[in-house]
Write a protein that binds this ligand. Sequence first.
Ligand SMILES: [Zn+2]
Length: 157
Amino acid sequence: MRGSRQVVDYSLQKRAVLRELLAGRVGTYDVCDASPYLKNAARFHGEPTEERCPICRSENLTHVHYIYGDELKQSAGQARTRAELPALAMTLREFQVFVVEVCLGCDWNHLVEQYLLGRDGPADGAEDGSEQDTVGGSVVPGAGTDPAPRRRREAQR
Ligand SMILES: [Zn+2]
């Protein structure tokens, strides 16, 4: 998500769990233990994904976004839809988002990533500024100074 920072990616841990499972060192009952709360959150606030469940391979995974932070008060620890996060990020200084993937078919669940959102972020462009200017180039004088005509031309294609 745009503006997210201090992102922690848990895909390595997830792969490790799946390896353990494949090797028979843990059983599916150990890893497919989504609580009724988590499954409800997935149903009502979850973000459907195109990713197949790595365990049962019959359902797509749902991402649940949990929010934590002092400013949230009684809302801390609640699930929010992904669409609600930008508005929260405008109003709060800082809060933590935990993304959990859940399979509603077999109850597989695992942490996907965590990150910080909120107004207290670094100034815009500090993180992703390197990507923005690679396309325009600005080598040709005048190219890139007015992006509007370029956009119109692209729209006509
Ligand atoms: Zn599954």
